[in-house]
Design a protein around this ligand. Structure first.
Ligand SMILES: NC(=O)c1ccc[n+]([C@@H]2O[C@H](COP(=O)([O-])OP(=O)(O)OC[C@H]3O[C@@H](n4cnc5c(N)ncnc54)[C@H](OP(=O)(O)O)[C@@H]3O)[C@@H](O)[C@H]2O)c1
Length: 253
C-alpha cells in the first residue's frame, strides 16, 4: 500500500487503535476523516489535529452507515481508503444471557463489528472500483478470530467472520484497483471492553508501527506478537490456546 497522499476514513478513529491509525496516517501526509459516536472524543481529536475532519456516526445502524458513506463521498470524493476499525467487546455467560428480551443488546456486537464492516466494504468497494485511483480497504479483526476467547463468544465470532469476509472480499476485488488488508491485533492496551481490561496488552504505538510495515509490504494478513503466532498454529494448538484462556478467565463472567 502506498501510505502517503490518500484520503482515508477511519471508523472509531478518535481513540484506541483507531486513533493510532488516524495519527500515523496523518503524519504520513494523508487527508483523514474520522467517525465515532462520542462527540467529546471527536472534539479532542480535532483540537490535537485541526486538519482532521470528524463526523459523528453510530455505525450500529445501517441508515447511519449509508448516510456517512454518502456524506464522505459527496464532500471528499477522492476518498480511496477505509479503515473498518470501530468495535466493541462484551464478555458474558451464555447460560444466563437473556436471548428472549435482551437480543437487541446482545446483537449489538454483530451490528458494529461485523455488519458495519461488511456494509462499508461493499459500499466503498464499489465506489473505489469506479475510480482509477489505487484504493485500500483495511479491516480490523483480532487474534481471537483464530482462537476464540470463550468468555467473549459473540465478539470472537464476529472477528472470525470479519477475517473470512475479508478474504472473500480480497479475492473478489483482486482484479480491481482495490487492495484488501486484514489487520489482526493481539491484546493491545486500549479501552476495549471497558477501561482497565486491556492494560496488560501491547503498547499501541509499537503495535501500529509494525502494522504499517505490513501495509507497506502489502501483506494480506498483518498480525503482531501473539496474533502473528496464531496465523501459523495448527487447529489443535489454537484449541489449546482457547482452553487455557477459558480456564484462566471463566470466573470473570
Ligand atoms: N485492544 C485490543 O486488545 C484489540 C484486540 C483485537 C482487536 N481489536 C479491535 O481493534 C478495534 C479497535 O478497538 P480498540 O482496542 O481501539 O477499542 P477502543 O479503545 O474501545 O476503541 C473503539 C473505538 O471504536 C469506536 N466505536 C465503537 N462503537 C462504535 C459505533 N457504534 N459507532 C462508531 N464508532 C464506534 C469508539 O468510538 P466511540 O467511543 O465514539 O464509540 C472507539 O473510538 C476493534 O475492532 C477491536 O475489536 C482490539
Amino acid at each position: 500500500m502506498n501510505i502517503k497522499g490518500n484520503t482515508i476514513l477511519v471508523t472509531g478513529g478518535a481513540s484506541g487503535i483507531g486513533y493510532q491509525f488516524s495519527k500515523k496516517f496523518y503524519n504520513n501526509d494523508n487527508q483523514i476523516i474520522v467517525c465515532g459516536r462520542n462527540t467529546e472524543k471527536l472534539t479532542t481529536l480535532e483540537a490535537e489535529f485541526p486538519e482532521i475532519i470528524t463526523k459523528q456516526c453510530d455505525v450500529t445502524h445501517a441508515d447511519e452507515r449509508v448516510a456517512l458513506f454518502e456524506w464522505v463521498t459527496t464532500h471528499y470524493p477522492d476518498v480511496n481508503v477505509i479503515v473498518n476499525n470501530a468495535g466493541i467487546q462484551n464478555r458474558f455467560n451464555l447460560l444466563t444471557a437473556d436471548a428472549k428480551n435482551d437480543w437487541e443488546s446482545l446483537k449489538t456486537e454483530i451490528d458494529i463489528n461485523f455488519d458495519a464492516t461488511v456494509q462499508f466494504s461493499i459500499l466503498f468497494g464499489q465506489y473505489f472500483a469506479k475510480s482509477n485511483n489505487e484504493a485500500s480497504i483495511i479491516n480490523v479483526s483480532s487474534g481471537l478470530a483464530f482462537s476464540p476467547m470463550a468468555i467473549a463468544p459473540i465478539y470472537s465470532a464476529t472477528k472470525a467472520a470479519v477475517s473470512s469476509f475479508s478474504t472473500s472480499l480480497r479475492h473478489q476485488l483482486s482484479e480491481t484497483n482495490t487492495n484488501v488488508y486484514e489487520v489482526i491485533p493481539p491484546a493491545v492496551n486500549t479501552d476495549l471492553g471497558g477501561k482497565g481490561i486491556h492494560t496488560f496488552g501491547a503498547d499501541p504505538t509499537d503495535f501500529i508501527n509494525e502494522i504499517f510495515e505490513g501495509l507497506v509490504q502489502d501483506k494480506h494478513h498483518i498480525g503482531y506478537g501473539s496474533s502473528k503466532e496464531r496465523l501459523t498454529m495448527t487447529k489443535e494448538e489454537l484449541d489449546q490456546v482457547t482452553s487455557d484462556m477459558y480456564q484462566q478467565l471463566k470466573d470473570t463472567i
